[in-house]
Structure formats: C-alpha cells, structure tokens
Design a protein around this ligand. Structure first.
Ligand code: MF3
Ligand code: CO
Ligand code: CO
Length: 272
C-alpha cells in the first residue's frame, strides 16, 4: 500500500479487521451534506485527472498512483485503500470486469474500455463516484454501452423524489437498459454513503418491486451506480479475491454518483 501522511484522518475500518462498523442515519443534516459534497468534489476531480491519463500504454498502476497523490494532496484519504484489505486507492475495471478491478502493471490497449471508481474520505465522510473511459478508438457497440449506461444512471437519478419507494430507481434504469437488450447487474448495488462507506442501505438497479419499497426521504444520501452488460449478468470472482468479471466475458459498463434527496429531486454531490 502506498503511504498516506499521518496527518490525514483514517476511516473507521482502518482501525480493525473485517467490515466497517458505523451506525448513522441515512438522513443527513445540511452540515453533513456539505462535508459529503466536499469529499465528493475531491473524488470527482481525482476522477477527471484519472480519465485524462487514459491512453494506450498507460498502466492502471500509473493511474492509481496519480489518484492516490491527488487525494492525499487534497487532505483526504482514498477510501478504497485498506477497505476490507483492498490494496489500492481506486478500482480500475477493464472490458469484461464488472467492478472492483485492482490496478496493476497491465498497459491499457487501444479499444479497451475502463471504469475508474474513486471514493474520498474527508472530515469524517465519504464521497463515491465512477465513470467509464475509452482507450483510443473504441468499437461502436462499446461506445454505445458506455453512453447508455451513463444515461441509465442519470435516469435513475432523475427518478429520485421524497416519498417514492427506492424500487422506482431500478425500475427506470432496467426499463431503459431493456430497450437495448442489456443486462442489469443484480448482485452489486447502490448504497447509503456518508460517515460510512457502505451504510447498509441498498439501492437496486434492477426492478426489485415489491421489495425495496421503503420510501426515499429528504436529506437521504446514497449512490446510484448501475452496471450494464452486453451479455449475461452472471459473474465470476478472480482468485485475487476482488475482481468481478462477467461469466461470458462480455463487456460491461458502470457510472456512479453520490446524491442527496432534495424536496424537488436529487442533487448530485460528486461534481468537480
Ligand atoms: N467504490 C465502490 C462502490 O462503488 C466500492 C469499492 S470497494 C473496494 O461501492 F474495496 F473495492 F475498493
Ligand atoms: Co464507487
Ligand atoms: Co459506491
């Protein structure tokens, strides 16, 4: 693990083994939302920087080092680093990798598509965001998958309103994905985020009704992070214990924002 200066405060899970133990409401005060917006801004700016480095020949380790330095220089902690033993500052998931890819020394190749997922922890809260980047010229099928996955995320975000059940988010996302015959990953979901990296609140991206019928409330903070696939949504985990790949090796894409529920809809908290 790359070093983090001792002056930067660590999230709770860095002080013990196993899953994080944080019990806070998913409804946040305006002051807490302000802090999440600041952590989210750092994550979003690190993501922009990471995307600017994507080109044939760059390794995901090089991207990880730049992300690590940027977050630490902003006075924040890269939340992935040490989370349940994850060894790097961000996740980099290439082509058939759905999520949780570990940066390594493989150079990016022309035509690859890569997801970079970054979370920053600052002043006691996390902000979590991810996006796709094409390496050089990408085939049309992959380019459309990326574009439509971003649109699916934005449609999910626009479906957020106080008083609506959580399952409307996945209904909207999966209805859009279905138009194109894409798969919607079920086993990885959006989540409550704030003092906790993953609060325990689950936000499915598939049509889960009548389950997940709890109502969204003003002030709630959570992520929307759909993973869409060209083929199957069945997955395998690599023996590194992290990397999640489609079973059929079909390509997959993901976008993510952290949002807060406002009176009139969602406000995105992970913007540069
Ligand atoms: N950022 C991911 C998410 O969206 C979680 C990554 S956890 C890690 O929920 F340990 F793999 F980094
Ligand atoms: Co993320
Ligand atoms: Co997330």
């Amino acid at each position: 693990m790359l070093p983090v200066p001792p002056s930067i405060s660590r999230p709770e899970y860095m002080f013990h083994d196993g899953p994080e133990v944080v019990t806070t409401s998913d409804v946040k005060s305006p002051e807490t939302v302000k802090r999440i917006r600041e952590a989210g801004r750092i994550a979003a700016e690190a993501l922009e920087l990471a995307g600017s480095l994507v080109q044939p020949g760059t390794t995901t380790d090089e991207i990880d080092r730049a992300v690590h330095r940027f977050i630490v220089d902003a006075g924040a902690y890269p939340s992935c680093l040490g989370y349940m033993g994850f060894p790097k500052a961000c996740c980099t998931s290439i082509n058939e990798v759905i999520c949780h890819g570990i940066p390594d020394d493989r150079p990016l190749e022309e035509g690859d598509i890569v997801n970079i997922d970054i979370t920053a922890y600052k002043d006691g809260v996390h902000g979590d965001t991810c996006a796709m980047f094409g390496v050089g010229i990408v085939d049309a099928e992959s380019a459309l998958l990326m574009e439509r996955t971003q649109t699916a995320m934005m449609r999910g975000i626009k479906a957020v309103k106080p008083g609506r059940p959580f399952n409307v988010i996945g209904r909207v996302i999966s209805a859009y994905a279905k138009r194109f015959g894409y798969g919607v990953v079920r086993d990885y979901t959006g989540h409550g985020v704030g003092e906790a990296f993953h609060s325990g609140l689950i936000v499915p991206h598939y049509d889960s009704a009548p389950l997940y019928s709890d109502l969204m409330e003003e002030g709630m903070v959570f992520t929307i992070e759909p993973m869409l696939t060209l083929g199957t949504v069945d997955w395998d985990q690599w023996d590194d214990g992290w990397t999640v790949s489609t079973k059929d090796k079909g390509r997959t894409a993901q976008y993510e924002h952290t949002i807060v529920v406002r009176e009139d809809g969602a406000e995105i908290l992970t913007l540069p």
